[in-house]
Design a protein around this ligand. Sequence first.
Ligand code: MSP
Length: 689
Amino acid sequence: MPSRFYVTTPIYYINDVPHLGSAYTTIAADVLYRYHRARGDESRFLTGTDEHGLKVQRVADEKGMTPQAYADEISAKFREAWPKLSCFPDDFIRTTEPRHKQWVQDLWKRIAERGDIYLGHYEGLYCVACEGYYTEKELTQPNNLCPVHGKPVEHMKEESYFFRLAKYQQPLLDFYEKNPGFLKPEGRYNELKSFVSGGLEDLSVSRSTFQWGIPVPGDDRHVMFVWFDALSNYYSALTSPDDNSRFWPAVHLLGKDILRFHGCYWPAFLMAAGMEPPAVEFVHGFLTVNGQKMSKSLRNTVHPIALAEAISPTVGADVVRYTLMRAVSFGQDGDFSIADLVQRYSSELGNQLGNLLNRVLPFAETVPEKGPKTALEDKLEAEYPAKAKAAAEAFDAMNPTAALGHIWTILALANEYIDKAAPWVAKKNDAARLGTIVATAVELLEAVSVMIAPVMPNVSAAMREQLGLAVFAGEVGTDAWPFALPARAPGGALSRGTPIFPRFEKEKEAELLARFSSPTEEAARENAANGGAAKADPKVVVAETAKVESSTGTQESALANTESTSAKAESAQAAPREAKAVIQYDDFAKMELRVGLVVSAERVKKKDKLLDLRVDVGDAAPRRIIAGIAKSYAPEQIVGKRVVVLCNLAPREVVKGLVSEGMLLAGGDGDVLKVATLDGELPAGAGVK
Ligand code: MSP
């Protein structure tokens, strides 16, 4: 049933310009917002800027500007940035706007009237960058450094208004108890609960040592604590120009560094005012970029908008959005690397998605009549709905990473369907069969164009143009999610357009890697010695690993010579995956990968997942490889395939008496594994790099 969905990002500090970190939260919010619109929910998306505080006042002073002029300049950069990444919030709130100030002052008065704000003194250690006090216990020792910024804190003593936070310890714990879904993921919720259970002290909520803030009602010697001011944006933005308060309670997205403010202080302020706390808070992890912590200089190097523009003026933003949502499990820390983006562009986007259009559209100019169905169409129609449902459920659970995983299993199904249905054969002598194949594939492509639209709206539009369909836009009250394959009437125009993901020219790929890879000093020296940045980057990335459990223990690998436990592998798909540590090219180069020709295959007795293969890898005799692919390939299906083999892996007795002398590379989630093959017939033993 359609409902309301109100998603927010934190409002961004204006001491920085938009960067990959702020883009990450904003893109995630935009993705969830677009998804909910597709489901027919009345949806609203808010972002904005956090403009008060000592930090801003100091920066403006240094620049010889008024804080307001400085705030106007930087806030405009944020407002202009988001559409360039295809993020279109309904509203952009600034904490210096009258509508915000008015509402925060009303909130303050409401809480004060109920007796939960009082005047006292505060003395403590203050981090200007956090705009918050810390106890010595919380600081990094020696030297009392801020645990978030690593900078020395300042000793401050001031008259201050206090909020009776201690009074809300038990109400908060009761609220958490009654609302187990309030804060996600679970690990973060536990962290929050233990912070609150550890005891809460009353909170200083005003400052009298600087002026750049919202005056305390009735005492303008004080301005409000910036977090009291900033958190209120989520509600103040609903009050004007139109009353949008029906959207409350909100879904807040935030980074793990601001958990305490959102999970503890904000619900307590609202409770004190007699208001409803937010509905859900989702805490995402921190990004590293090309394996490195995001320092200011790195942020500038991998500027998301410059990167999007360098990839492509039409779909560059979508490629950045896709990589951020797919490569880093939402809720976990992870790495965003350009080498990974380039790899995903060519394999997941180019080969699996873009190429699917090219495999279908050349066969018809209009949607053909469907002829009789075969077992292939039956299989597709039978398997599709569960995967479309799983994708929707993953989006519902705020897991865009898993949702994309499910959508890509649909693409794998579709590509397998084309492989087996072979429209190029039907074209020769069976027009009715060709009609069925093309019409079925067109329906599947239409469904995919809807499912990817939240993450890649521009790619969706380009696909739909080729399919003769209008741009997909959600409509309140209409659930447009393709839970079943859409039925397309015959006759509609199809137009084969230019490829959506044209192959990167070698020079372009090298340029992207060189410009956005922000190599470590060591890699930079190596690059210089090799005469170019691109050389140091691995060209082949072993992506998409599923956690498989072998008879001898647990091993994380896409390499399939072990018996996989399907339940584990399935859950690895649904659950966010931890990004692995970044490796250097030298690590990658240690693998001896070769083309292998499978010369024979048989099942291993009493082991329903294993095949016993002989693979020619260019040695004097074929090698024995025990591969965990029996659920995906019958012996006769694998014989004759050219596969990629890891040849220098130590031999291992996988089953008593059967020693595997290498590994096949395979990809896939769950039981369905697909062996890695090569684009062309290379001789057995040829190197793979
Ligand atoms: N102004 C406060 C929020 C007030 S909300 C009432 C603030 N601003 S911020 O600009 O510093 O950070 C905004 C968001 O960007 C936070 O959610 C933070 O976690 C996120 N990120 C900043 N750097 C990041 C990464 N390296 N990776 C992922 N997100 C990061 O805090």
